[in-house]
Every structure is written in C-alpha cells, then in structure tokens.
Design a protein around this ligand. Structure first.
Ligand code: SAM
Length: 269
C-alpha cells in the first residue's frame, strides 16, 4: 500500500482522507456507541458545567462538539483535516458552533482564549510531540479552567496485543503505529504517568480520571445479544473509576484543572 495519507509537516497524523474510515470503524460500531454512552455518564460527573464556552481541539467529525452544543454551550471546533471539518460542519448545522481549520499547535494564533473549558479527546496520541501539545493546551486555559483530556492508553494497547497473541510485538514494545498508512493505530500512545508528570509541570491538578472500554476490548467474543450488551455497559460504568480496572481502559479520560497560582514554568522545569 502506498503512503496515501502522509504525516503533516510537524509529523502529526491529520485525518485527511480518513473521514469515512473513522466514521465507520469507530463511530459506526459498538466501540463508538460505548464511548458515547460512557461520555454521557462521565462528562457531567467529571466536569463542572455551567454552559460556559468550550473549545474542542481536534474535534474530528464533531460528536463531542455536538454533545456540548446540545447542552447549550457555544462551541469552537478546531480541526486541521478539511474533510473531517466539512463532515462536522454538515452534522452540526443549526447548532452554535464556530469551525476553525487549524492544528492544535496554532491555538495561540487562532483561538488564544484563555478558555474556561477545553476538550481534547483522542488527539494527543496522533501527534509526534504530545508533550509540547499538552503545554499548548495548558497555556490556553484560564486560571481555574478545566481540560477534558482523553488519550489512547499505551498500557491497554500492550494488554490487548498480548491477549491477541502478538507476544513478540509486545516483548519488543513495538506498540505504536507509523501513521503512514490507513491503519488507525496511534503513533504516540500514552501512559498515565506521563499525564501525571506533564500536569505537574504545567500547574494542572488531576480532579478525576476514568477508563473508557475497560472490559470491552478484552472480551473473547462480542456480547451475544442486547441483554449482554447492556450487562457489559453496566460493568463498564460500575468499574470505570475503580482500581485497578480504570488503568486498563483503552482510553483514559481526565479532568485537569489549572491551578490559580502556579510558579512560572521556567522555575518548575
Ligand atoms: C481519533 S480522531 C478524534 C476526533 C474527536 N476528537 C473524537 O474524539 O471523536 C483524531 C483527530 O485529531 C486530529 N488531529 C491530528 N493532528 C492534529 C493536530 N496537530 N491538531 C489538532 N488535531 C489534530 C485528526 O485530524 C483527527 O480528526
């Protein structure tokens, strides 16, 4: 296969040309349904929401923006891939959403804020330098502002590779994708410890954390019927914030809050 969807100049995996595949393979199936069901439950519990404006960074097809727009937030959706943005625009017609075609790295120019609420779900793992991106998100927050961050969990990727029998791959720690083909394996899967360290560096406190798809990806066979599906969703809900289960969620969902007082970053490095 040719590299039909190359990386951006910054080395990030913009989803140009992937809108159909992403819509089908994630949101078209049970994984997407489960993610949205969990967000319905977790976002109101993990965030303090009062209708504040929200910046959705790497908003993709707009599912998360739609979630906030339906709850009367004015949403700014930032997304570098033109076809993703166009589909989001079509899906969100009629809602109070501003669309910006730009990468996260251009936030200071395009949407400087400061923002009281930023959402960035399933984006950092597609960047060559997620740590620098984390700093940009932190800088965009107002004091006391909240960052709803969701990242692809490297520990869960290892676990699912082992469960699938990819033992040498796991042993060699060859877990990340190259981002150069149509595969949807992230190029920079992340660990909880990295988020803890980066939060500390940038004066963010971790208010809450949850795992998304803590059981689903390890099932030997998919739920046989609707009743089993509901049982699985109930289990995911019950244990998504419980030790040890949240740690092996395919995605980790955080609420990070910018401390009002924080020594300058230069001093804390
Ligand atoms: C897995 S999708 C997630 C989309 C959406 N946030 C969601 O949760 O459904 C990753 C998105 O990040 C975008 N992306 C890649 N590099 C980016 C960058 N440098 N800045 C902002 N978004 C980026 C991709 O184009 C893609 O739309």
């Amino acid at each position: 296969m040719t590299d039909s969807t190359p990386l951006s100049p910054a080395g990030d995996r913009h989803f140009d040309g992937l809108a159909e595949k992403f819509a089908g393979s994630l949101y078209g199936g049970p994984r997407g349904a489960l993610r949205l069901a969990m967000l319905d439950e977790l976002l109101p519990a993990m965030l303090e929401l009062d209708g504040q404006p929200v910046l959705d960074v790497g908003g993709g097809l707009g599912q998360l923006s739609a979630w906030f727009a339906r709850r009367s937030h004015a949403v700014t959706l930032l997304e570098p891939a033109g076809d993703m943005l166009e589909q989001a625009r079509q899906a969100l017609g009629g809602w109070s959403v501003t669309f910006l075609q730009a990468p996260l790295q251009a936030l200071p120019e395009h949407a400087p804020g400061p923002w009281s609420l930023i959402a960035c779900h399933a984006v950092l793992e597609w960047l060559r330098d997620p740590r620098a991106a984390f700093a940009t998100l932190a800088d965009g927050l107002a004091p006391g502002g909240q960052l709803s961050l969701m990242v692809f969990n490297r520990d869960a990727l290892r676990m699912s590779n082992v469960v699938k029998g990819n033992l040498q791959k796991a042993l060699d720690d060859r877990l990340e994708g190259t981002g150069k083909r149509q595969r949807l394996t992230p190029i920079s899967p992340l660990c909880h410890d990295q988020i803890v360290d980066w939060s500390r560096e940038h004066g963010l406190s971790i208010r809450a954390v949850a795992g998304i798809r803590i059981f689903h990806d390890y099932l030997r066979q998919p739920p046989a019927n609707e009743d089993d599906w509901q049982r699985l969703v109930a289990l995911e809900r019950r244990y998504c914030q419980t030790e040890p289960h949240w740690r092996l969620g395919r995605y980790l969902l955080y609420t990070l809050v910018k401390e009002s007082e924080h020594p300058s970053r230069e001093n804390s490095r």
